[in-house]
Write a protein that binds this ligand. Sequence first.
Ligand code: SAM
Length: 218
Amino acid sequence: MLKLEDSYRHKGQRKELVKIIKKKGIKDETVLHAINTLPRHFFFDTALDSHAYEDKAFPIGEGQTISQPYTVAFQTELLNIKPGDKVLEIGTGSGYQGSILHLLGAEVHTIEYQKKLFDRTKKFLSKLGIDLHFYFGDGSQGLPTQAPFDKILVTAGAPIVPNSLLKQLKVGGILVIPVGDRNTQKMLRLTKKTATKIIKEEYDNFAFVPLLGAEGWR
Ligand code: SAM
């Protein structure tokens, strides 16, 4: 059973976590506020609850992880979310990252490839009253039925930038995606300036679980 209870102890730990990620370079106050607001321990099994405010990735079952808070903040900052943005998140996982995007005012469409995780997270977030749009399937090909998107966020490590994702981005839109080998990936931000012109910016290395599927790892 998950313990759906915030407490002074957890709030204090969350404040400390925010200080840590700020020191590591996160500047966007709206992102820091969202991390400070959302109880990360809700997304943990009670057995691991005491680790919820460490700046680390943790197992969430099915061989998957909840991303490190710094990574969540870093990717969110790169996306420059504006209220009302239509966002596609690839890799729902625990639902924590999607909930942060939701708190920032985005309309979040999130897709997960692992059925058990999809079922569990959809049920859990609905219970919490966090209103995301959930899809089960291969997000390496995006979500053509809901495209185009203002922003696309990939939360698993990709071997290449999937063409489908660039196609499903609006002009002026941003795609944030870690690309590399199975162990390490470089964080990329791709901005679609016109239908054919893409600006690519490269950031630090990260270590994500692999993006599987037709335009991911096979
Ligand atoms: N965003 C998540 C969170 O907040 O907990 C963390 C995501 S975890 C690092 C990566 C997730 O991507 C896993 O849940 C994995 O099953 C999922 N995944 C991998 N390949 C996928 C694909 N092709 N389509 C959708 N999800 C995929």
